[in-house]
Write a protein that binds this ligand. Structure first.
Ligand code: SF4
Length: 341
């Protein structure tokens, strides 16, 4: 759990056609219902399930059964009678961005790169002093971590940033706030550094870590299916690129989180594929004997307000309570059960 003082308004939400690939407007296959046929006992708690069984579990178990299975996983993996949390703060150092994600209302167009959108906010880059003040506000309430992300900022032009700027930012924070854990730069940002500064992903990470980077957030995961990414996130990492950044973090022995933004144009099978890819990468990391690279999984529903994706007709059904309530619980419980073995 994290307490944030301000949040990134861009990663969010709501849309589309049916989860099982049916056209928008077709009867809702995901609404909660009592179990018909299979129940939790059909899915052995420590066994990996086939895609067919996962689909059956998703559609045919009630939200209560999914919750019970998820709770069993928690109890099995964490029998201790306490839970921990971190108090952190999101700091978005700059919102200039070359990508064209239609679910985003955070980015600003760099002056020399107009996307044609007229609903974007003013662009900014925080100064080190502004970042310092935010960290001090965090420390004043006992916070220990910052989650720092920005847009895909170009290196050229009036708003451009050099790689040295990022390194200097890490050093500045570590020098002045040595007890703050720096959780920063999502895979799309790191991949952009690799592209625009002409360094391997491995070297980008090595230099950021040397300067003070402690861990990497799983931002920009959305749905790890290129059909979806090419429609809603033009100009940012494709599936294999996002995964490769995470793989390189884990090779370095660095912990990362992973994410999923759901409830837009994805199908249920694309959600399952997303989870399968994450689990496969975690298996790869566990095989290195370092306890696994992913230390947290965070999923959230698409937030449609003030986004081109949210204005699409096919997004209308996501505005209801199911998109943000019961469906969210269903997905969270489901992924916990799936991650538990
Ligand atoms: S990469 Fe996409 S989501 Fe992130 S700031 Fe840029 S446009 Fe927004």
């Amino acid at each position: 759990m994290s307490a944030t003082l301000d949040s990134r308004a861009n990663e969010g939400l709501g849309t589309s056609g049916a989860l099982d690939g049916r056209p928008a407007g077709a009867p809702d296959a995901t609404i909660d219902r009592p179990a018909r046929g299979p129940d939790a006992t059909c899915f052995p708690p420590t066994e990996r399930l086939s895609t067919a069984d996962l689909r059956r579990m998703y559609f045919d178990c009630s939200i209560h059964e999914l919750g019970r299975m998820a709770f069993d996983v928690t109890e099995r993996l964490h029998p201790e009678d306490y839970r921990t949390y971190v108090v952190d703060r999101n700091i978005n150092y700059a919102n200039w961005c070359t990508a064209k994600c239609i679910f985003c209302n955070f980015k600003a167009d760099p002056p020399e790169m107009k996307s044609g959108r007229t609903d974007l906010p003013e662009g900014y880059t925080l100064t080190f002093d502004q970042i310092a003040r935010k960290i001090e506000e965090l420390q004043a309430i006992g916070g220990t971590q910052i989650l720092m992300q920005g847009g895909l900022v170009p290196k050229e032009g009036a708003t451009g940033l050099s790689f040295e700027w990022y390194l200097e930012l890490m050093r500045f924070i570590k020098k002045n706030y040595p007890r703050i854990h720096i959780h920063a730069f999502s895979p799309p940002e790191i991949f952009a550094f690799h592209q625009i500064f002409g360094m391997s992903i491995h070297d980008v990470l090595a230099r950021l870590m040397e300067a003070g980077l402690d861990s990497v957030p799983g931002g920009g995961g959305e749905i790890l299916a290129d059909r979806v990414r090419e429609k809603i996130g033009k100009g940012k990492t494709l599936t294999h690129e996002w995964l490769e950044v995470m793989r390189q973090c884990h090779v370095h022995g660095m912990k990362t989180s992973c994410t999923m933004m759901f409830g837009h144009i994805e199908t249920l099978d694309e959600r399952l594929e997303h989870l399968r890819l994450l689990r496969e990468l975690q298996d790869e990391s566990l095989a290195r004997g370092n306890g696994g690279g992913f230390s947290a999984y965070i999923c959230w529903t698409f937030q449609p307000d003030n986004t081109p994706l949210g204005r699409m007709r096919s997004c209308r059904w996501q505005r209801g309570p199911r998109g943000r309530g019961a469906e969210g619980s269903r997905v969270r419980n489901f992924k916990r059960r799936m991650a538990g073995c």
